[in-house]
Design a protein around this ligand. Structure first.
Ligand code: AMP
Length: 144
Protein backbone atom coordinates (compact mmCIF):
# COMPACT_ATOMS: atom_id res chain seq x y z
CA UNK A 1 0.00 0.00 0.00
CA UNK A 2 1.49 3.40 -0.92
CA UNK A 3 1.97 5.88 1.91
CA UNK A 4 -0.73 8.55 1.95
CA UNK A 5 -0.82 12.14 3.19
CA UNK A 6 -3.06 10.88 6.04
CA UNK A 7 -0.40 8.32 7.07
CA UNK A 8 2.21 11.11 7.26
CA UNK A 9 -0.05 13.47 9.26
CA UNK A 10 -1.16 10.68 11.62
CA UNK A 11 2.53 10.22 12.49
CA UNK A 12 3.71 13.86 12.60
CA UNK A 13 0.53 15.68 13.62
CA UNK A 14 -2.04 17.91 11.95
CA UNK A 15 -0.92 21.23 13.46
CA UNK A 16 -0.07 24.00 10.98
CA UNK A 17 1.34 27.43 11.74
CA UNK A 18 -1.24 29.68 10.12
CA UNK A 19 -1.33 33.48 10.19
CA UNK A 20 -3.77 36.26 9.48
CA UNK A 21 -3.23 38.25 6.21
CA UNK A 22 -2.78 41.45 8.23
CA UNK A 23 0.50 40.29 9.84
CA UNK A 24 3.58 42.22 8.70
CA UNK A 25 6.57 40.51 7.07
CA UNK A 26 8.57 41.37 10.21
CA UNK A 27 6.04 39.47 12.35
CA UNK A 28 6.01 36.54 9.92
CA UNK A 29 9.85 36.44 9.86
CA UNK A 30 9.79 36.23 13.69
CA UNK A 31 7.25 33.39 13.55
CA UNK A 32 9.35 31.45 10.98
CA UNK A 33 12.39 31.89 13.23
CA UNK A 34 10.65 31.01 16.53
CA UNK A 35 8.89 27.94 15.14
CA UNK A 36 11.93 26.84 13.09
CA UNK A 37 9.81 26.40 9.95
CA UNK A 38 10.13 27.48 6.32
CA UNK A 39 6.55 28.50 5.53
CA UNK A 40 3.32 29.81 6.99
CA UNK A 41 -0.12 29.34 5.52
CA UNK A 42 -2.28 32.46 5.43
CA UNK A 43 -5.88 31.74 6.34
CA UNK A 44 -9.00 33.77 5.88
CA UNK A 45 -12.51 33.27 7.27
CA UNK A 46 -13.42 29.76 8.50
CA UNK A 47 -9.82 28.56 8.20
CA UNK A 48 -9.92 28.74 4.40
CA UNK A 49 -6.50 28.76 2.73
CA UNK A 50 -5.85 32.26 1.36
CA UNK A 51 -2.13 32.11 0.62
CA UNK A 52 1.30 30.75 1.45
CA UNK A 53 4.44 32.67 2.37
CA UNK A 54 7.81 30.97 2.62
CA UNK A 55 11.38 31.95 3.53
CA UNK A 56 12.05 32.14 -0.21
CA UNK A 57 9.33 34.80 -0.57
CA UNK A 58 10.90 36.73 2.30
CA UNK A 59 14.33 36.75 0.63
CA UNK A 60 12.77 37.71 -2.72
CA UNK A 61 10.76 40.57 -1.17
CA UNK A 62 13.79 42.03 0.63
CA UNK A 63 15.98 41.69 -2.49
CA UNK A 64 13.36 43.47 -4.61
CA UNK A 65 12.13 46.19 -2.26
CA UNK A 66 14.73 46.50 0.51
CA UNK A 67 14.21 46.11 4.27
CA UNK A 68 11.31 48.62 4.28
CA UNK A 69 9.17 45.77 2.93
CA UNK A 70 9.25 44.22 6.42
CA UNK A 71 6.55 46.67 7.52
CA UNK A 72 4.24 45.61 4.65
CA UNK A 73 1.47 43.10 5.27
CA UNK A 74 1.90 39.51 4.13
CA UNK A 75 -1.35 39.91 2.17
CA UNK A 76 0.48 42.07 -0.39
CA UNK A 77 3.25 39.56 -1.17
CA UNK A 78 1.91 36.06 -0.40
CA UNK A 79 1.41 33.47 -3.15
CA UNK A 80 -2.32 33.09 -3.77
CA UNK A 81 -2.31 30.48 -6.54
CA UNK A 82 -1.82 27.58 -4.14
CA UNK A 83 -1.58 23.93 -4.99
CA UNK A 84 -2.93 21.86 -2.13
CA UNK A 85 -3.49 18.15 -1.59
CA UNK A 86 -6.08 15.93 0.09
CA UNK A 87 -5.61 13.36 2.87
CA UNK A 88 -6.18 10.36 0.59
CA UNK A 89 -3.50 11.37 -1.93
CA UNK A 90 -0.20 9.51 -1.94
CA UNK A 91 3.14 10.95 -0.86
CA UNK A 92 4.43 10.15 -4.37
CA UNK A 93 1.73 12.41 -5.83
CA UNK A 94 2.71 15.23 -3.47
CA UNK A 95 6.39 14.70 -4.38
CA UNK A 96 5.51 14.98 -8.10
CA UNK A 97 3.54 18.17 -7.35
CA UNK A 98 6.55 19.69 -5.52
CA UNK A 99 8.95 18.73 -8.31
CA UNK A 100 6.75 20.12 -11.10
CA UNK A 101 5.88 23.33 -9.20
CA UNK A 102 9.39 23.83 -7.71
CA UNK A 103 8.07 24.40 -4.17
CA UNK A 104 8.69 22.58 -0.88
CA UNK A 105 5.40 22.97 0.97
CA UNK A 106 1.92 21.66 0.19
CA UNK A 107 -1.03 22.57 2.43
CA UNK A 108 -3.59 19.83 3.04
CA UNK A 109 -7.25 20.73 2.60
CA UNK A 110 -10.26 18.91 4.06
CA UNK A 111 -13.85 20.11 3.56
CA UNK A 112 -12.54 23.41 2.20
CA UNK A 113 -10.42 24.09 5.31
CA UNK A 114 -6.73 23.92 6.14
CA UNK A 115 -6.11 20.49 7.69
CA UNK A 116 -2.30 20.10 7.73
CA UNK A 117 0.88 20.69 5.75
CA UNK A 118 3.40 18.44 4.04
CA UNK A 119 6.94 19.72 3.61
CA UNK A 120 9.71 18.32 1.45
CA UNK A 121 11.32 17.10 4.71
CA UNK A 122 8.21 14.99 5.44
CA UNK A 123 8.34 13.55 1.92
CA UNK A 124 12.02 12.63 2.21
CA UNK A 125 11.48 11.03 5.66
CA UNK A 126 8.55 9.00 4.36
CA UNK A 127 10.48 7.81 1.26
CA UNK A 128 13.47 6.82 3.43
CA UNK A 129 11.21 4.74 5.69
CA UNK A 130 9.73 3.01 2.62
CA UNK A 131 13.18 2.28 1.16
CA UNK A 132 14.42 0.89 4.52
CA UNK A 133 11.33 -1.31 4.82
CA UNK A 134 11.76 -2.62 1.27
CA UNK A 135 15.43 -3.43 2.01
CA UNK A 136 14.46 -5.30 5.21
CA UNK A 137 11.82 -7.30 3.31
CA UNK A 138 14.36 -8.12 0.58
CA UNK A 139 16.92 -9.28 3.19
CA UNK A 140 14.30 -11.43 4.93
CA UNK A 141 13.27 -12.93 1.58
CA UNK A 142 16.88 -13.77 0.61
CA UNK A 143 17.56 -15.27 4.06
CA UNK A 144 14.47 -17.51 3.97
P1 AMP B 1 9.15 26.96 -1.18
O1 AMP B 1 10.08 26.11 -2.00
O2 AMP B 1 8.07 26.14 -0.53
O3 AMP B 1 9.89 27.88 -0.24
O4 AMP B 1 8.32 27.90 -2.19
C1 AMP B 1 8.87 28.48 -3.35
C2 AMP B 1 7.83 29.41 -3.96
O5 AMP B 1 6.62 28.69 -4.26
C3 AMP B 1 7.38 30.57 -3.06
O6 AMP B 1 7.10 31.69 -3.86
C4 AMP B 1 6.11 30.07 -2.40
O7 AMP B 1 5.20 31.09 -2.03
C5 AMP B 1 5.53 29.20 -3.48
N1 AMP B 1 4.82 28.04 -2.94
C6 AMP B 1 5.18 27.29 -1.87
N2 AMP B 1 4.31 26.29 -1.68
C7 AMP B 1 3.38 26.41 -2.65
C8 AMP B 1 2.21 25.68 -3.01
N3 AMP B 1 1.81 24.58 -2.33
N4 AMP B 1 1.46 26.09 -4.08
C9 AMP B 1 1.87 27.18 -4.79
N5 AMP B 1 2.96 27.91 -4.52
C10 AMP B 1 3.72 27.53 -3.46
Amino acid sequence: MPTTVKNVLDAKGYAVVAVDPSKTLQQVAEILNEKKIGAVVIVGVEQRIAGIFTERDLVRSIAKHGCDVLSETVRSVMTTTIQHCRLEQTVDEVMAMMTAGRFRHVPVEKDGQLAGIISIGDVVKSRMQEVEMEAEQMKAYIAS
